[in-house]
Design a protein around this ligand. Sequence first.
Ligand SMILES: Cc1cc2nc3c(=O)[nH]c(=O)nc-3n(C[C@H](O)[C@H](O)[C@H](O)COP(=O)(O)OP(=O)(O)OC[C@H]3O[C@@H](n4cnc5c(N)ncnc54)[C@H](O)[C@@H]3O)c2cc1C
Length: 439
Amino acid sequence: MIRRRQTIMAIQEKNYWLETVSIPAGQSSRLPEKVDVAVVGSGVTGLSAALTLAKRGLNVTVLEAETLGWGASSRNGGMVLTGMKLPTTTLIARYGREKVQRMYAASVASIDCVEQIVQQEAIDCNFSRCGHLEVACKQAHFDGYAESAATIAREFNHPLRIVPKSELRAEIGSDIYYGGLVDEVSAGLNPARYVAGLASAAQRAGAQLFDHTRAEDIRSESHNGTRQFRVRTSKGSLLAREVILASGAYTTTVTPALRRKIIPIGSYIIATEVLREELARELSPKNRMIYDSKHFLYYYRLTPDRRMLFGGRAAFFPETENTVRQSAEILRRGMVSVYPQLRDTRVEFVWGGTLDFAFDVMPHTGRIDGMYYSVGYAGHGVAIGTYLGTRIAGRICGDAESSPFDAISFPTPPIGLRSGHTWALPLAGVYYKFLDWVS
Ligand SMILES: Cc1cc2nc3c(=O)[nH]c(=O)nc-3n(C[C@H](O)[C@H](O)[C@H](O)COP(=O)(O)OP(=O)(O)OC[C@H]3O[C@@H](n4cnc5c(N)ncnc54)[C@H](O)[C@@H]3O)c2cc1C
């Protein structure tokens, strides 16, 4: 009991990543009266779009209700991952082989896209192609890896490596799993440094970024026969030829049609004290981005300064002070079940954020009420969000090629699962726990 109290005593309820960077300030000038493009939200989606648009000569303004990068983009696990959430066979049955091949290729290209931006803009965010490791929580999950790797090799020409239980110690210092699957193409980074770097790059390119500026009303108006958007904000109003909604899980009733499409799901992370070098190497010898095979999954990694960062969906509603606090102990127990070596290790930080899920667990881009949007990354948004932001910008600049996620059918969730604190979200959590138990 005393030991447990010690391990969580010094905990700070704040995002560890934000301790490693200073987030750039927004514009102090007045809002411009007229712009080519107004972007709502300054995460990876909005900022990669703004950077691309500004570099291509458009006059672009980003509106952020809080500080720059405040949403999921500065709070996540920093895993830059290939692939999509759903199994390949499900995807092919739903969209057809050719479309899914383009989707998978986009998921791989999205990592190149992040790498290219990091290099071109000299963003100091510890980007590293360290690969990811999925670990099997059940024998049946491991048995499925062979088929899944064969399908991905055949359909997408993308190699994955199966790691049997007998060789797993070369990948992870834990004995609880039945084997693993490695993808060497995935990468890791420090998300707060990445989003701060994107903001600075967009500013250098000429985009105007306004923090503490909430979009409060957006409506289409006709001006001399052309349609434009009047965007009213907490700091005045502007007229925009195009609007990009990059508000992710934090989308509000200002854009009700988009908000209805998004299921917000809380995810939480703890970070330990700095670990001894040998211990860190034992826990993750290849410094992989790791997640397990459950629906209600754990994801974890070492930070560049050798803390264990351990995350999971401890609750199924947007984060509040209480859910963050409760999550610290739930996650610590989860971490110790994976790594008994960390039983006496102090947890120093806990924080939460909100994931944006679509009802069909797919990313979606397109237009809604005349505005561009890109949402639904389901916990895989660092790479694909960056990529889709640049693609929307390309569309606005007149590029012909669309993204494979553009205008695919975008189902609206049943009423109880829509944004907001409803009875149905905790039930969804129970449902996923049930799936983990039976499958
Ligand atoms: C705890 C956690 C861990 C995660 N781990 C990973 C991971 O390891 N790898 C991965 O790939 N993905 C991960 N994700 C998901 C990933 O972080 C997101 O998919 C991605 O950051 C979404 O980016 P975005 O730009 O679309 O939205 P966000 O970064 O959420 O930005 C949206 C912004 O819009 C602003 N906004 C909303 N409404 C308005 C308005 N009316 N006016 C002005 N501003 C507004 C918000 O303030 C917010 O800052 C994780 C997410 C969380 C929460």
